[in-house]
Design a protein around this ligand. Structure first.
Ligand code: OGA
Ligand code: MN
Length: 214
């Protein structure tokens, strides 16, 4: 579990860097989460992921298979996973002083054979609410030959990270372009997006209200 963010980590997030925490969860817990995601994939409960607001399929851009945690059933491992991200939400609020009332969690499988996800940012135009991305990787024994690195373009240069079990990667959703390099081996991850508050509804124009027109 992540207890808090250091001042350095908070600064890194603010400068559009990437914060990496290894061993964010115990290996047996990660194993159970991974097994639950694999079971969904084998039961064909994951579907090809789309891109953009309309979610169109573009396999050359993105070819992972996903579902959302709320659609994944209440398996114990998923309850634990939800609790992990819920705790992280508190840590992010405390560390960054942002209001983060909501989050959603995606389970993703890259089945291997060279599938990846081209360079993109996570905050869609017109959807400024995704503030932070947190990716938890689920792959024990990941080898360099397995490919599937996360490449991110940060304020301080490019980083490449292997999706090893227990590694947690955090960054600002609208600030850090990234891609998944072709994965040769099956690659599993759980990604949370922490969202800001809904915009306030439009208020009446006070001048007009005073003139009795509101
Ligand atoms: C995503 C994404 C990266 C990864 O799902 O938006 O960029 O390393 N995933 O799985
Ligand atoms: Mn992404």
């Amino acid at each position: 579990m992540v207890q808090d963010l250091t001042d350095d980590e908070v600064r890194t997030l603010g400068e559009d860097g990437v914060v990496v925490r290894d061993d964010a969860l115990a290996l047996d817990v990660l194993d159970r989460i991974r097994a639950a995601v694999v079971a969904l994939d084998e039961a064909d409960a994951l579907h090809p992921a789309g891109i953009g607001r309309d979610g169109r399929l573009q396999p050359r851009v993105r070819s992972d298979r996903i579902t959302w945690l709320e659609d994944a059933g209440g398996t114990d491992a998923f309850v634990t996973l939800f609790g992990f991200f819920e705790a992280l939400r508190g840590v992010l609020i405390q560390g960054t002083w942002q209001s983060l009332p909501r989050f959603s969690v995606q389970l993703a499988s890259y089945r291997g054979g060279g599938v990846g996800y081209a360079r993109h940012i996570d905050a869609l135009p017109g959807d400024p609410n995704r503030r932070f991305t947190a990716i938890l990787y689920l792959n024990p024994g990941w080898q360099p030959a397995d490919g599937g690195l996360l490449r991110a373009w940060t304020g301080a240069g490019t980083v490449e990270l292997a999706p090893v079990a227990g590694r947690l990667v955090l960054f600002r959703s609208e600030g850090v372009p990234h891609q998944v390099l072709p994965a040769v081996a099956p690659r599993y991850a759980a990604t949370a997006w922490f969202r800001g508050p809904e915009p306030l509804p439009l208020l009446p124009d006070p001048q007009a209200v005073r003139r009795g027109l509101g």
